[in-house]
Design a protein around this ligand. Structure first.
Ligand SMILES: Cc1cc2nc3c(=O)[nH]c(=O)nc-3n(C[C@H](O)[C@H](O)[C@H](O)COP(=O)(O)OP(=O)(O)OC[C@H]3O[C@@H](n4cnc5c(N)ncnc54)[C@H](O)[C@@H]3O)c2cc1C
Length: 388
């Protein structure tokens, strides 16, 4: 296990410290970080393994439905993502998507919806997905065009969603669509659409630089019973934002895991690579890089666990989660780039750990609110206070 001094920080409780240590031991024994050619099969196998290991109980809320706690424990989710990301990007993805995909149900679902989906998500028997983005509505979510027309006791979905993680392998999708109660963000509702529902299809599988299951979805006259609407009609945007409030901080935690792994790899190489009559780590230019990497990681970790702790205290975390995501994702990119530099030519060879990290980190600066969106959120909060 790499540097674990952060586990002593006051943001965490003893059960969090135990969780991180137990998961690290489990991941060492059970996870191989190789990404083979069949990413779907690997992802399904990881979800099942994480379910059997009991880790997915932390991705959902409600002990009556198989969760580890009644309320989603943000610090537990962050520690799990950080630890898994250090071992394997795909394992982190598999865990995170079980939480993000079912988060709306944990937070706003009816008892029947919770009973139908959450226990299977926690056991790793059902794979979930979160379908918000569209070809013309990414950062500008409220521009969404996918519609949900009410017809008797059904909603009829028409339109497209894209960049949907687990698209193609998920058993159910929480889909956000314009239901028209009011203009803009106040006229959106969330629906659970099960794979195989007539009128729903995978329009295209998308390949990205760090392979994960990803797809564009198409809905054409897709009828969904109103009993599958999550939350109230017209309140889907709030449901989406409440879900993202939990998982945005965890994106910062995953970045930390990638960055810690990069620092470990950089230290390993710098202390063993012979050159100029010594090793790479003997040179002050290398030491400056290592010092900067460690400082960037600790600053981001402090922001991440502050945001997670604050949410677990029931406080608003809009500003803090945005700061954590901004600092951790941008910082991890710099740390990983420095690790590639320290590894020299080997750093860009396909399959080397730092080369995989270099591809793995990139999307985290874009999804769940790009860096610029986080900057705007932080500035908006600052100006709100300044103008009050
Ligand atoms: C690997 C991956 C997985 C994803 N998984 C999911 C998923 O499971 N579910 C889902 O719903 N979506 C998912 N997404 C979509 C993701 O949330 C969007 O890609 C993201 O919101 C950005 O939207 P966009 O790609 O349309 O970029 P655009 O909205 O076109 O933005 C392009 C760029 O513009 C910049 N920008 C944005 N706003 C501003 C501004 N106000 N001022 C200045 N610059 C700005 C940013 O740099 C941004 O990267 C995923 C994306 C990726 C890459």
């Amino acid at each position: 296990m790499s540097d674990t001094r952060y586990l002593a920080w006051p943001f965490l409780a003893d059960h969090h410290r135990a969780l991180a240590r137990e998961l690290d031991a489990w991941a060492t024994a059970n996870i191989d970080d190789a990404h083979g050619s069949d990413v779907d099969a690997q992802c399904k196998a990881l979800v099942r393994a994480l379910g059997r290991g009991g880790w997915l109980r932390h991705a959902i809320g409600g002990t009556a439905f198989g969760a580890a706690a009644d309320r989603i424990d943000t610090r537990a989710i962050c520690l799990i993502r950080e630890t898994l990301a250090r071992h394997s990007g795909l394992a982190d993805f598999a865990f995170a998507m079980q939480g993000l995909g079912s988060g709306a149900i944990s937070l706003d679902g009816s008892p029947e919806q919770k009973q139908r989906y959450l226990p299977r998500v926690a056991r790793g028997e059902a794979i979930s997905a979160f379908a918000l983005s569209e070809p013309d509505a990414g950062s500008d979510v409220a521009a969404m065009a996918c519609t949900a027309r009410i017809d008797g006791d059904h909603a009829v979905l028409d339109g497209e969603k894209t960049w949907i993680s687990n698209g193609g392998i998920a058993d159910f999708y929480v889909v956000f669509a314009r239901s028209g109660e009011a203009p803009g963000a106040r006229g959106i509702s969330a629906f659970i659409v099960e794979a195989g529902t007539p009128g729903f299809e995978i329009a295209e599988r998308i390949e990205v630089i760090a392979p994960h299951p990803l797809a564009r979805l198409r809905f054409a006259n897709c009828r969904v019973p109103l009993t599958r609407r999550v939350g109230k009609a017209g309140e889907g945007f709030k449901v989406a934002m409440r879900t993202l409030d939990v998982f945005r901080t965890s994106v910062a935690a995953a970045s930390l895991g990638f960055a810690r792994r990069a620092l470990d790899e950089a230290l390993r190489r710098a202390t063993s690579r012979k050159m100029f009559g010594g090793v790479l780590a003997d040179f002050q230019l290398t030491q400056a890089k290592l010092a900067q990497m460690a400082t960037t990681i600790d600053s981001a970790a402090l922001l991440t666990y502050r945001a997670a702790w604050q949410r677990d205290q029931g406080q608003n975390v809009t500003r803090e989660a945005a700061m954590a995501k901004l600092a951790a994702t941008e910082g991890a990119q710099q740390v990983i780039d420095a690790a590639v530099q320290i590894w020299g030519g080997l750093g860009v060879v396909s399959g080397q750990p730092v080369e995989k990290l270099y591809r793995e980190i990139r999307a985290l600066r874009i999804y769940e609110g790009a860096t610029e969106v986080q900057q705007l959120i932080i500035a908006r909060e600052l100006l709100k206070d300044a103008r009050a």
